[in-house]
Design a protein around this ligand. Structure first.
Ligand code: KIV
Length: 302
């Protein structure tokens, strides 16, 4: 794969470019806005709209690749998507998910795999799921100068262990475990923490207790920021959306309408029109015409 071309994206020193320290400093400040993106057009739209962080999420498996869960997404998928996002040179900080099994087998594998996201994809930070049991990996990544965002609560890569996509931390022992995991991750050096699928009061409590910004999805309004999946926000997914999704558009519906209109125009021969077609220069057109007339009798003779 072609490495991320050096010098083609904004550098941390470029005016306006959002960096990891900028995100850390936003703890308790104006809410951080994060949105997923998986390719150049989605990254361009998110960046032009002024989001603070673009997450190249492994939700790509479900919303782009049509997979049933995130478990089958691999490192190649994430490297390619990250490189596409970085090619548009976003001002937003680009964070990429470490996919399932790219960090579960130990710190060395995690560093090598995250290193590919950084060197080949251009990721500026990585996100991984899990608490205390990931501390060794988190420390190794940070030692390798790769900033880490944590992800606790409903962690989709633990789908089978959780027994489905269920709201987490609803009872006292689970809440204590969540607080302990969050604090341990912060001590290990994460710069931000995603809280997914937890009751609002629990997310609010974690947000109060930890020194890094929390970014919620299905975690209520008390977090330091919010994240949504691009395709959910724009109405590009099929079936009912989860409770926490707010749809700001119906782009799937708009796309179907536009494609129906195109199909109608093709069938009615109103597309393409003369203005949408190429024409020969006058002399060449006359020559073609003469050729056609010369050939026509021969064709009839056959
Ligand atoms: O992959 C993803 O989109 C995520 C968000 C839901 C936080 O991890």
């Amino acid at each position: 794969m072609t490495p991320y071309p050096e010098g083609s994206g904004p550098r941390p020193s470029d005016p306006g470019k959002i960096t990891v320290p900028d995100v850390s400093r936003r703890k308790g400040g104006p809410p951080l806005v994060m949105l997923t993106a998986y390719d150049a057009p989605s990254a361009r739209a998110a960046d032009e709209a002024g989001v603070d962080l673009i997450l190249v999420g492994d939700s790509l498996g479900m919303v782009v690749l049509g997979l049933p869960d995130t478990l089958r997404v691999d490192l190649e998928d994430m490297v390619r998507a990250t490189a596409a996002v970085r090619r548009v040179q976003p001002r937003a900080l680009v964070v990429t998910d470490l996919p399932y099994l790219s960090y579960h087998t130990g710190a060395r594998d995690a560093v090598l795999n995250a290193g590919r996201l950084v060197r080949e994809g251009g990721a500026e930070a990585v996100k991984l799921e899990g608490g205390r049991k990931r501390l060794e990996v988190v420390r190794a990544l940070i030692d390798a100068e790769i900033p880490v965002m944590g992800h606790l609560g409903l962690t989709p890569q633990s789908l089978h262990a959780m027994g489905g996509y269920r709201v987490q931390a609803r009872a006292v022992p689970e809440i204590e475990q969540l607080l302990d995991d969050a604090q341990a991750l912060c001590e290990a050096g994460i710069f931000a923490l995603v809280l997914e699928g937890v009751p609002s009061d629990v997310a609010g409590l974690v947000t109060e207790r930890v020194p890094v910004p929390t970014i919620g999805i299905g975690a209520g309004a008390g977090c330091d920021g919010q994240v949504l999946v691009f395709h959910d926000l724009l109405g590009m997914t099929s079936g009912p959306a989860p409770k926490f999704v707010r749809r700001y558009a119906d782009l799937h519906g708009a796309a179907v309408e536009a494609i129906r209109a195109y199909a109608r125009d093709v069938r009615e021969r109103t597309f393409p029109a003369a203005a949408e077609s190429y024409r020969l220069p006058r002399e060449a057109a006359a020559a073609v015409e003469r050729q056609a007339r010369r050939r026509a009798p021969r064709a009839r003779e056959l």
